[in-house]
Design a protein around this ligand. Sequence first.
Ligand SMILES: Nc1ncnc2c1ncn2[C@@H]1O[C@H](COP(=O)(O)OP(=O)(O)O)[C@@H](O)[C@H]1O
Ligand SMILES: [Mg+2]
Length: 224
Amino acid sequence: MIEIEGLNKVYNPKSSEPLHALRDVGLTVAGGECVILSGVSGSGKSTLLSIIAALEKPTSGKVIVGGEAIAKLPDLHASHYRSKSIGFVFQHFGLLESLSVEENVTAPLANRRLGRADIAARVQRAMEHASILHKAKSPVRELSGGEKQRCAIARALVNEPGIIICDEPTANLDTANSRKFIELLSSIHAEGKTILIATHDPIFDTLPFPHRIVRMEHGRIVEK
Ligand SMILES: Nc1ncnc2c1ncn2[C@@H]1O[C@H](COP(=O)(O)OP(=O)(O)O)[C@@H](O)[C@H]1O
Ligand SMILES: [Mg+2]
């Protein structure tokens, strides 16, 4: 499903102090697998996830997702790839605060040629799955942190992508909401989605479903 080989990312390559965010990273993730990228802040987790989502381009290396080489995709193709294959849940959610939950979850479908009824059904399903249907009409600014995250998860699910990526998903949640998040993750895993999570929260050391912990240090994978 995901094959990464010899991946490097250098920020500010031409400056006097280039920053090697990723160094010779190799990783293979099978379809349906759940991989937890762990490591301290600055170890390269977000950079690796952004490259897999084609939000950023690597300096060198190979990234194959579902048979497609994505390292050098031009922007338009990258955004097409993302909407088809990837659901991304950002640490700060990235929701439009003045719009309702339903409007936020509908947004990723804007460029799809779907009929109204189909759109409504998909949005309904995604909100239901993420346990946020009861807040469908509420503006996001009125939601709690846990509810905002469930809205972000519904938005990530609405295109029915094969891969769900979450960056520090529990960083802004209390313990009760972190546990709810893990339950939701478990049901997403049971559906056969491939899951990638960057975190340094020890709650992920004991997940109630099969997973693999991949440790990063200074831009390298040190254990997988
Ligand atoms: N846009 C950027 N420009 C310059 N340096 C960056 C940029 N993004 C990340 N970095 C640097 O790359 C390294 C890895 O960052 P990141 O992938 O965000 O780590 P993590 O998610 O594990 O905290 C850090 O040293 C960070 O400061
Ligand atoms: Mg990060």
